[in-house]
Design a protein around this ligand. Sequence first.
Ligand code: MRU
Length: 370
Amino acid sequence: MEVNGKPQRSIWVDEETSGHVQVIDQRHLPHEFVVENLKTLQDAAKAIREMHVRGAPLIGVTAAFGMYLASASFEKKDDYDARLLAAAQVLRETRPTAVNLFWAIEQQLKVLSHSTSGPERTAWLRENAIRLADEDAATCRRIGEHGLEMLEKLYAEKQEPLNILTHCNAGWLATVDYGTATAPMYLAHDKGIPLHIWVDETRPRNQGARLTAWELGQHGIPHTVIPDNTGGHLMQHGMVDLCIVGSDRTTRTGDVANKIGTYLKALAAHDNDVPFYVALPGSTFDWSLYDGLKEIPIETRSPDEVRLIQGKYRGELRSVLLTPENSPAINYGFDVTPSRLVTGLITERGICDASERGIAGLYPEFAPIA
Ligand code: MRU
């Protein structure tokens, strides 16, 4: 995508000057555009844990680069294999819910079956991380193309701007490029289909208000930020044509973990006959899980993310206390939307039902052997 008219990804290697892996430190958006160098495994782990980068696909790609950075630091050591496995464990422990993290680490651990030298392994890990980043961008583009077909049909029926509600940030900042939920929006807008996006602010970290609104604004897509509790009211009054959200982990049966509050939007959509779509790449399926509610680990983050609110005041980023000093708070990062509330899954291979059969139709290589 573009920032101020210049092409931009969420993670890249600065080939021309420093050679460093670079990311956008998303904690500063929308107020400041801060680029951060990731030079070590610890830098990558901290960036994921403390949400300088976030969003399931981007967490995965950042971890892949973290494995490369780790390898570069001990490539000549005799205990290379043990050190790489330890680095993988450091990265696994950064955040629990987005399965793309674990998927990307497994992709990188394949290097251990290469009987090459440490430096050759480092080079392989670097190339593979770049490949995973490029693949993520291409995958999201394909999600966008499939979603676009659906939006074209809806627009042909409605002949008026489509109102789409989204939750959290499943945009290009959450992936490498295009985003998942936003990819159909970007492609549709570029094709001249008039859209208006309802952007849930997404308490407590406000990824919608801070990141999705910023992204959409950069691309010129009309949007309105709404408090998280507004969606139901809008749906009751016919002001939402469809919802599109992302996912952090989806079971093989179609249960979807996504940012806390997604489930309530799906309930409201169901009650009002509003289609509720989830856009996700194949790397977001957890093929080992059947029951999302029982089996998907849900991250609990610091209560201070609820108690304090961050914004810009007189040119400076500040956190201010929102709650009474001593009120306890709890901060579940994600919830699970059961497959019965999901109209369809928009993937890089097409759109399918959120059911084991529907998903297996698109991903037959992961279907259980009969
Ligand atoms: O806690 P975050 O900001 O990492 O949560 C992100 C989300 O919930 C996104 O909707 C999800 O990762 C899909 S990203 C394409």
